[in-house]
Ligand binder design. Structure first.
Ligand SMILES: CC(C)(COP(=O)(O)OP(=O)(O)OC[C@H]1O[C@@H](n2cnc3c(N)ncnc32)[C@H](O)[C@@H]1OP(=O)(O)O)[C@@H](O)C(=O)NCCC(=O)NCCS
Length: 155
């Protein structure tokens, strides 16, 4: 079976710093996008683009020199879309436990050589945990409909 999750692990570098001396939110968003991209392409085996990112919440700051772990996990597929949960954790190198810094859902769409969406292999959840996370993705999809209706005027 094709792997449906991926973990990136690296040190937060001084170049990731914000004006307050911690990791820049933009750097975290870039890591989320990279982990989601790697997870999506690993699943569909072709080029994919980000179509949506939602629910990003920065719970706790990440400090320069922390070990950062980005866990991306495919939880649902549509025809061309791949719904991926990304969790960001960090810890001081000398600490045992990670703290969770961020959680979000990111959606990628697989594109063919003509730049149009193409079908991806269907994700079939089998464990209780996989089913629970797919249901979560489906509930978020329904919630997004009303948010998008509200925002449509500004699209
Ligand atoms: C991704 C893109 C090709 C989709 O084009 P489109 O005309 O909306 O295509 P479709 O309507 O056929 O939708 C394709 C898929 O995207 C999904 N999608 C479209 N808008 C979405 C949204 N707001 N939220 C979640 N999924 C969305 C659709 O549900 C569909 O999924 P499915 O095939 O699993 O049913 C196009 O929007 C695009 O090129 N966007 C820019 C991508 C990009 O450059 N990303 C980098 C960041 S700038």
């Amino acid at each position: 079976m094709v792997d449906y999750h991926i973990t990136l692990r690296f040190l937060a570098e001084p170049s990731d710093i914000n004006f307050g001396g911690k990791v820049h939110g933009g750097a975290v968003m870039k890591w989320i996008d990279q982990a989601g991209y790697a997870c999506a392409v690993n699943w569909c085996k072709q080029y994919a683009v980000t179509v949506y990112v939602g629910g990003i919440r920065f719970f706790k700051p990440i400090f320069i020199g922390n070990l950062v772990e980005i866990r991306a996990r495919l939880v649902h597929t549509g025809c061309s879309s791949m719904h991926i949960i990304v969790d960001v954790f960090s810890k001081r190198l000398q600490d045992a436990d990670y703290v969770k810094n961020t959680h979000c859902l990111i959606i990628f769409v697989a594109l063919g050589e003509d730049g149009k969406p193409v079908d991806v292999p269907a994700f079939q959840p089998s464990t209780d945990e996989e089913k629970r996370l797919q249901e979560y993705a489906l509930r978020l999809m329904n919630l997004r409909k009303s948010i998008e209706d509200e925002m449509k005027e500004f699209y």
